[in-house]
Design a protein around this ligand. Structure first.
Ligand code: ATP
Ligand code: MG
Length: 596
């Protein structure tokens, strides 16, 4: 294992990291919100680079060309991995950047120096991966040679293709490039002959990723060199902390261990192999929950977007407690521990403490009412299944609709008994129900039901055209903050920090009306989130309900992930008119528009 090293706490590690890069000419920037301001494609900040996207694309950063920070991150895609030794929903990423300044040689050398000289990790415990090259882009010989010159042996360097060692572009085109990933070799036996950093057997732990943005991918899918070459690096604080302190998992580090101890004191049972999964899930989820509620955006549990992820995390935690035999609300006790551990670094948690506790009390009370009866019904459904059958979509929807069971929650319960859930059936029931309640609500309030729903459908299509036109006129960094449609008008909120000029408003209207006059058919395709992303669709990628999403395309004007419904042809909208443009809140503009 690691020898001759000093052992650091999380506070010391953050300091060491920042100071190391400060000494190398970097400026410290503060951790941004967990809710990205400039990326419409995700619900949460998933990496340190997120808040820096505009600067990676060429905008000048007020602090210069060398930056360093620690950043709070949430990766909902890793929720299912939680319970293993290294994947957390919430974690901190230590990052350093070069915005058109240093490149591969300095970046790799600095990472190497930090790991081996500051953290004293022996060189033979390090393994790295480098881009192998393909028919479009050459092998990254430069990175390989830099690693070799620093003393890494041939067998410590592994070559992989685009799947492992390539980043970006974020959409279909734009900055992208190879990366080199740094792993810690635990010294465990190789799992097979081909065992290497990418095999995932646990011998190698990925600790740091250095991305070299040197290419621009063009619409014809070719790659050209970028003028401004950037470096973007990210290292998981909890992982590196576990490694340098010789811990088996991130849960033994000082940012997580006291939470495990708190759970032990609540249950009265020591953390062991039998309860490890439940303890780890509660520990991880409570950290994520506390940081989501503690962020200045004041997100509350709900059935959509970030609020849904929050609800899902809270409800799963409540069930994990029940599995451990704890029937009372202990969420606030744990949240207090999370806040104590983090308040010195993240004072917003203390500022929002009463809000966090209040929301946890409310959500617990709400779910506690239905949880037990829901669990009974779920058990009844599952007991009726014979081997090989799946839990029907109608049953899963009933659990969602009547008892507030998030679909992932039901899936987990079924899985524990060895059954799958018919997801397609669930989404089908879900959308059918949405349709019913929508028409139901309109039917109650107004006559002329068919007319009204047709009008709102058209306004929905107009909203997509407006979103597309705004991005054409104001640039790709604007994104939707909210949308509200009634039978009379659409209302669209988007991120932008000043009033639009009359010329800009005219231009936006002209683009929408041009699309209407062309009479374009609206296409709807089902795609995986990955495909949608690759094809440059905008909208919320971090899908709440499935990996398959609907993508609505209005050729030349808009491509968005959306549940629909939409008009068949843009011609149905007849005429589009902006009636108002105003401020909605800081950094958010609001447009109201009508059609027909
Ligand atoms: P892995 O393959 O282990 O999931 P990754 O390739 O997704 O990692 P990157 O996207 O390169 O990781 O993120 C940079 C660094 O952030 C990683 O090297 C790792 O140290 C850390 N990291 C990534 N995901 C997590 C997570 N879920 N929990 C804790 N740390 C993480
Ligand atoms: Mg990952």
């Amino acid at each position: 294992m690691v020898t001759g090293k000093e052992v650091y706490t999380s506070n010391e590690l953050r300091k060491k990291y920042l100071n190391f890069f400060l000494d190398k000419g970097h400026k410290v920037i503060t951790s941004a919100s967990l809710f990205p301001e400039n990326d419409p494609s995700v619900l949460f900040t998933t990496a340190g680079m997120h808040p820096l996207v505009p600067y990676l694309l060429g905008e000048k950063h007020p602090f210069g060309e060398r930056l360093v920070d620690y950043q709070k991150c949430i990766r909902t895609g890793d929720i299912d991995e939680v319970g293993d030794a290294t994947h957390l929903t919430y974690f901190e990423m230590l990052g350093n950047w070069s915005l058109g300044d240093y490149f591969k040689k300095e970046s790799i050398s600095m990472s190497y120096e930090f790991l081996t000289s500051v953290l004293k990790i022996p060189i033979d415990k390090i393994a790295v991966t480098v881009f192998a090259g393909d028919d479009q882009v050459a092998k990254d010989i430069e990175a390989y040679e830099i690693w070799r010159s620093l003393g890494l042996k041939e067998e410590q360097i592994y070559f992989y293709g685009k799947k492992e060692n390539w980043w970006g572009p974020a959409g279909q085109t734009g900055p992208c490039g190879p990366d080199t990933e740094i792993f810690y070799d635990t010294g465990k036996e190789k799992c097979c002959e081909d065992c290497g950093p990418s095999c995932g057997c646990g011998k190698f732990i990925e600790i740091w990723n250095n991305v070299f943005m040197e290419y621009n991918k063009l619409p014809d899918r070719s790659y050209i060199y970028l003028k401004q070459k950037n470096v973007d690096t990210g290292m998981g604080l909890e992982r590196i902390l576990a490694v340098i302190n010789e811990k088996e998992s991130v849960y033994e580090t000082d940012v997580l261990k006291p939470i495990i101890s708190k759970i032990e004191s609540i249950t009265g049972s020591p953390y062991n192999v039998e309860n490890e999964r439940e303890y780890r899930i509660i520990c991880d989820h409570m950290r994520a929950i506390t940081f989501i509620l503690g962020d200045s955006k004041a997100i509350v549990p709900s059935n959509s977007e970030q609020g849904y992820i929050l609800r899902r995390l809270i409800r799963r935690t409540i069930r994990m407690f029940k599995k451990l035999g704890i029937m009372e609300n202990k969420l606030t006790d744990i949240t207090d521990t999370v806040i104590e551990l983090n308040e010195a670094v993240y004072p917003e948690l203390t500022d929002n403490k009463s809000f966090i506790r209040e929301q946890l009390r409310k959500e617990y009370a709400l779910f506690n009412k239905t949880l037990d009866s829901g669990l009974k019904i779920a058990e009844k459904y599952i007991n009726q299944l014979s081997e090989g059958e799946t839990l029907s979509g109608v049953a899963a929807f009933k659990l969602y609709d009547t008892f507030g069971f998030p679909i992932e929650f039901t899936r987990e319960i079924a899985k524990e008994k060895g059954f799958e859930v018919d997801l397609d059936g669930f989404y089908h029931s879900f959308s059918e129900h949405q349709e019913k309640s929508r028409t139901g609500a309109e039917g109650r309030f107004k006559g002329g039901l068919a007319d009204n729903s047709q009008q709102t459908t058209k306004l929905h299509t107009a909203t997509h055209l407006l979103n597309g036109a705004l991005r054409k006129v104001l640039g790709d960094s604007i994104y939707q903050k909210g949308s509200n449609i009634n039978a009379e008008r659409l209302r669209f909120d988007f991120s932008f920090d000043r009033k639009l000029t009359p010329d800009e408003l005219d231009e936006v209207s002209a683009i929408v009306n041009e699309a209407i006059q062309k009479g374009i058919e609206i296409q709807c395709e089902e795609k995986t989130v990955q495909e949608a992303k690759e094809q440059g669709a905008i909208g919320v990628f971090d899908n709440k309900y499935s990996d398959i999403v609907k993508v609505y395309t209005i050729e030349g004007y808009s491509k968005e992930i959306c549940g629909g419904p939409h008009a068949v042809n843009t011609g149905e909208l007849k005429q589009f008119k902006i009636v108002k443009e105003e401020s909605s809140s800081a950094g958010v503009r609001r447009i109201k528009a009508v059609i027909g």
